[in-house]
Design a protein around this ligand. Structure first.
Ligand code: ZN
Length: 121
């Protein structure tokens, strides 16, 4: 059992303690605890805080792409709907999952020393 790095936790949905793929129960929702080692994942309250922030970034990026496409190819309006709507949703959900995994992994790393030491000299 080796602890995976924060990036591996985030990108592959791994448990930050044992490395099992047990971090998520839904697409971007954490499982209450790790199926493999029993780590209490509900203790890490990352929440959906990054969601609004990510939506703004993704929105700005998609708007830029849409304007570039319109100016270069001038496609019919429904091309924009078919292209940007699913792409926006996928980009927000995908980045939300990674951001939440990363936050949990970093919080786990910060917490672990105090759990293991637990006493002051
Ligand atoms: Zn685990």
């Amino acid at each position: 059992m080796t602890e995976p790095g924060p990036l591996a936790v985030a990108l592959r949905g791994l448990c930050p303690r044992c490395g099992a793929r047990s971090l998520f129960k839904g697409f971007a929702a954490f499982a209450p605890n790790c199926r493999a080692c029993g780590l209490d994942l509900s203790a890490f309250d990352v929440g959906d805080g990054p969601a609004a922030f990510l939506t703004l970034i993704v929105g700005a990026a998609i708007t830029g792409l849409a304007i570039a496409l319109e100016l270069s190819l001038e496609p019919p309006w429904w091309v924009h709907v078919l292209l940007w709507l699913p792409l926006s949703i996928a980009a927000v959900l995908g980045s939300l999952r990674i951001a939440k995994g990363l936050l949990l992994a970093l919080e786990y790393r910060q917490r672990t020393p105090e759990l293991e030491v637990g006493r002051k000299p």
